[in-house]
Design a protein around this ligand. Structure first.
Ligand code: IVH
Length: 705
C-alpha cells in the first residue's frame, strides 16, 4: 500500500482497506487496553484512545459486514492478570458510548424518545452525574454483608480484590438499616483525590520510587496491590453509581437507586440532577465543567442515564454499551483551574522563570499542578492575577501552558503578582538587561548571584573547569555533578581544597564509586597544576555574563592583576568615577558588558567566592607583555581629538599590541596623551597634570609606522 490507510478519512476507505484498518485498530486498541488495565501504564492520552475507538466504530458502521469477532466494540477493558483470583461477573460490566459535542446530546435525547416512541406530552427524565475518572469495581453484598469485590477486568471476568477493597473507608462492610436484599452487587468507581495523589507521589519520591502519572493510575496501582497492607496505606475512595447482579430492585428509577445507596451507607456523588430536556443536560454539563477544578478529584465528563428502570430495560444494549446512557466527555488537553500562586524558578544561567502553581487538574490524562509563565512580560500579556481561573493546555508532552484568563470568574480578592527583583535561590539582585543588538530590555530577569547562587552553581562550576577556563583534567561535567550533589564541591574554591579535605576525610575519593588510587591522585595533580593560571582564563572562568574569552583577554590586558581588576570593578560601581570611564574606554567594552561586570562585583557573594579562591591559593598571572621593548609598554595612553591617518580603534589596537594600556580619560595615571586635531578638554587636563602630549605623527613614529 503506497499510502497508509491509517490516516485516510473513513469515507474514502475501500472495502479491503477498511478490513485491514479494522484489523490494525483491533490490535492497537487491545494493546492500549492491556497497557491501561493491566500495566497501569497508558502510552496515549484518553483523547487519542477515544479517537482510535471512534474510528473503529465509524468504519464498522460503514461496513457492518466487516465487524470482527475480536472487535474492540465487543469488549471492554482487558482480561485480568494471573496474580489475583478471578471473579465472574454474573451481569457483565459494560462500558458507555461517548459523546463529545452538544449535538451528540440532543441526538441521544431524540433517539431515546424515538426508540420508546414517546408522545409529545410524555416527560422523559434523564439523570446527569459526573463521570469519575478512576477504575470501576463491583462489590457483592449478601444479606447486606460485603462478600467479594472485583475489578472490571474484561467486563465478563475481573480480579478478586476483596481484601484490598475492604481497606477503603467508603466501602461499607455491611449495609446500614434493617432490610437488605439477599444479593446486591453495588458498582462504582474507585478513585484517589488530588490531595492524596500529591501526597502519595511525594512519599514515592522520598522512597526513591517512581511517581504516578495521574490519580487514576495511582488508584489502579494501589487497588491491584498483592499485599492489602499496601493498599491500606493508599487513601482510596469509592463512589457508587450502578449495580450488577441483584435479587431485587429497591427502586424503579436510577435516582431512587442512588438514594438507596446513600441510605445503605455508600458515598454517592453530590452532583446529581434529574433533567427533563437535552438543554438541561447541557446546562448541567457546563456547570460541572466549570467547577471541575474545585472538585478535588478527576472527572472526565458527565454521564446521562434514562431515569426509569423499565425504560432502561426496553432500551437495552448495543454491543458494548447501554442504549439508555451516554458519557458526555470533556474536550481533552485543555482544562480550567485556579492559579493559586506563582513560584520563581532559577535556571542554570540565572534566568528567573515564573511558574504558575495551579489547583491540580487533569489535562489530557496527566495531573497538572504547574505551568510555565515564561517571564514577567507573559504575566502582563495574560493579565493574570493570583486567584484567577485560567485555561491550561498541554500540547504533546511539553510543559503545560496557561492559555487565557477567565475574567468572568475573577474573584474580588484576586491579587496582582509582583515580580521579585531578588533571586529567590540566593537573594542576589535580579535584573533585566538591555539587549546589545536590539537596544530592547530583555524579557528575562536574571540573578546576578553567579557563583554563589545554588541554582546556577553547578552549571557555573562546569564552566569554571571547562577547557578554555581552568581546564582541569579529570574534572568533567559528570564528576562536577557528583561532587556537587554530595556537597564536596559547591563553589570554585572547593576544588582547590578538595585534596586537603580528602586527607582528613574518612570517605576517601579513591574509595568512591568510579574512582581508584590512580585516578584520585591524578585529579589532585591536575588541580595542583592549575593553582596558577593566566588572568584572562581566570576572568573567563568566573562566568560573568557577556564575558567571553575575547573580553576576558581585553580585561586582563587592561587591568593586569586580579587585585587591580577587582578593585577597579568595585570602584566602577560609581558611574561618575574614573574607574567607570576607564572601563568604558576599553575598546570592545560597551555599556552592557560594563554593567554586567559592575553588577557581578557589586554582589557580596561573588566577592566572597573570589576571596575564597585567593585564600585557597589560586593565583592569576598577568599576561606576558606583548612587546616589552616598546617605548609605551606598560604605559597608560589616552587618545583625543580626531586622528587623520588611522581610526581611533586602530590606534588603540596598536597601542595595546605594544603593551600599552589605553584609557578613555586623562588622570594622574596617564603617561601619554596622543592629541589629534581639535583636541579639547583632555588636552587642557593633560597640561594641568603635566602629562606628556604628542601629536598623531609622533605617535605613528613611536608605534613603528
Ligand atoms: S455508569 C453500563 N456512571 O465510566 C455502564 N459509569 O466508560 C455503567 N464511570 O466503566 C457505568 N463514572 O468505570 C457510570 N457516574 C458514572 C461513572 C461511570 C465513571 C466509568 C465506569 C465505566 C466507564 C464507562
Amino acid at each position: 500500500m503506497s499510502e497508509s490507510a491509517n490516516d485516510k478519512p473513513v469515507e474514502e476507505l475501500t472495502f479491503e482497506e477498511a478490513a485491514a484498518e479494522l484489523e490494525r485498530l483491533a490490535k492497537e486498541i487491545a494493546r492500549h487496553d492491556r497497557l491501561y488495565y493491566q500495566k497501569d501504564a497508558p502510552e496515549i492520552s484518553d483523547a487519542a484512545y477515544d479517537a482510535l475507538r471512534k474510528r473503529n466504530d465509524a468504519i464498522e458502521k460503514r461496513y457492518p459486514e466487516l465487524v470482527r469477532d475480536d472487535s474492540p466494540s465487543k469488549s471492554v477493558g482487558a482480561a485480568p492478570t494471573e496474580a489475583f483470583g478471578k471473579v465472574e461477573h454474573k451481569v457483565p460490566m459494560l462500558s458507555l458510548s461517548n459523546g463529545f459535542e452538544d449535538a451528540d446530546v440532543t441526538e441521544f435525547w431524540n433517539r431515546i424518545r424515538r426508540f420508546l416512541n414517546l408522545k409529545d406530552d410524555i416527560v422523559l427524565e434523564v439523570t446527569a452525574e459526573p463521570k469519575i475518572d478512576g477504575l470501576s469495581a463491583s462489590l457483592r453484598y449478601e444479606k447486606g454483608h460485603f462478600i467479594v469485590g472485583a475489578t472490571r477486568g474484561d467486563g465478563r471476568e475481573g480480579e478478586n480484590v476483596t481484601e484490598n477493597l475492604k481497606t477503603i473507608d467508603d466501602v461499607p462492610e455491611k449495609f446500614k438499616g434493617r432490610s437488605a436484599p439477599d444479593v446486591f452487587e453495588v458498582r462504582g468507581e474507585v478513585y484517589m483525590s488530588h490531595k492524596d495523589f500529591e501526597a502519595l507521589n511525594e512519599r514515592q519520591e522520598k522512597a526513591g520510587k517512581p511517581r504516578f502519572a495521574n490519580p487514576r493510575n495511582a488508584a489502579a496501582g494501589s487497588l491491584r496491590q498483592l499485599d492489602p497492607k499496601i493498599t491500606a496505606s493508599r487513601p482510596l475512595r469509592f463512589f457508587a453509581y450502578a449495580w450488577g447482579d441483584v435479587s431485587e430492585l429497591p427502586a424503579d428509577t436510577h435516582s431512587g437507586m442512588i438514594e438507596k445507596f446513600r441510605h445503605w451507607g455508600f458515598e454517592v456523588n453530590p452532583f446529581f440532577r434529574v433533567c427533563t430536556s437535552a438543554e438541561e443536560l447541557l446546562a448541567f454539563y457546563h456547570e460541572i465543567e466549570e467547577n471541575r477544578a474545585s472538585l478535588g478529584y478527576d472527572i472526565d465528563g458527565v454521564v446521562y442515564k434514562v431515569n426509569r428502570l423499565d425504560w432502561q430495560q426496553r432500551l437495552g444494549f448495543v454491543s458494548r454499551s447501554p442504549r439508555w446512557a451516554l458519557a458526555h466527555k470533556f474536550p481533552a488537553e485543555q482544562a480550567m483551574t485556579v492559579l493559586e500562586g506563582i513560584d520563581i524558578q532559577v535556571g542554570r544561567t540565572g534566568a528567573l522563570t515564573p511558574v504558575a502553581r495551579l489547583m491540580p487538574v487533569t489535562v489530557g490524562g496527566v495531573v497538572v499542578s504547574n505551568a510555565t509563565l515564561h517571564n514577567e512580560d507573559e504575566i502582563e500579556r495574560l493579565g493574570v492575577r493570583l486567584g484567577d481561573t485560567v485555561v491550561v493546555q498541554r500540547a504533546g508532552d511539553v510543559i503545560p501552558q496557561i492559555v487565557r484568563v477567565v475574567e468572568e470568574k475573577r474573584p474580588r480578592n484576586a491579587r496582582h503578582f509582583k515580580f521579585p527583583d531578588r533571586c529567590p535561590a540566593c537573594g542576589s539582585h535580579a535584573v533585566r538587561e538591555t539587549n546589545e543588538k536590539t537596544g530592547k530590555v530583555d524579557a528575562v530577569r536574571r540573578c546576578t548571584g553567579g557563583l554563589i547562587c545554588p541554582a546556577q552553581a553547578m552549571e557555573r562550576l562546569r564552566h569554571f573547569v571547562s577547557r578554555n577556563a581552568f581546564d582541569i583534567e579529570g574534572l568533567g561535567e559528570k564528576q562536577i555533578a557528583a561532587f556537587y550533589e554530595d556537597g564536596l564541591i559547591t563553589r570554585p574554591a572547593d576544588i582547590f581544597t578538595l585534596e586537603e579535605r580528602d586527607r582528613k576525610s574518612l570517605k576517601k575519593l579513591k574509595d568512591r564509586e568510579g574512582w581508584g588510587p590512580t585516578s584520585a591522585a591524578n585529579l589532585f595533580k591536575a588541580i595542583d597544576g592549575r593553582r596558577e593560571i593566566d588572568l584572562d582564563r581566570f576572568i573567563f572562568a568566573l562566568g560573568i555574563r557577556h564575558v567571553g574569552e575575547t573580553n576576558a583577554r581585553l580585561l586582563a590586558r587592561r587591568y593586569d592583576t586580579l587585585d587591580h581588576f577587582i578593585a577597579e570593578m568595585e570602584k566602577a560601581a560609581d558611574r561618575e568615577s574614573d574607574a567607570w570611564r576607564d572601563l568604558l574606554s576599553i575598546d570592545g567594552v560597551g555599556d552592557v558588558l560594563a554593567e554586567a561586570l559592575v553588577d557581578f562585583f557589586a554582589e557580596e557573594h561573588n566577592r566572597e567566592a573570589l576571596a575564597a579562591l585567593q585564600k585557597a591559593g589560586v593565583k592569576a598571572l598577568p599576561l606576558p607583555a606583548q612587546e616589552t621593548s616598546s617605548p609605551v609598554a606598560g604605559k597608560t595612553v589616552v587618545f583625543t581629538g580626531s586622528l587623520e591617518r588611522m581610526t581611533r580603534s586602530e590606534a588603540k589596537a596598536r597601542a595595546e599590541q605594544l603593551g600599552a594600556k589605553v584609557a578613555g580619560s586623562v588622570s594622574a595615571k596617564t603617561d601619554l596623551l596622543v592629541a589629534g586635531a581639535d583636541a579639547g578638554s583632555k588636552l587642557a587636563k593633560a597640561a594641568a597634570l603635566g602629562v606628556k602630549v604628542i601629536s598623531e605623527d609622533e605617535w605613528i613614529e613611536m608605534a613603528g609606522g
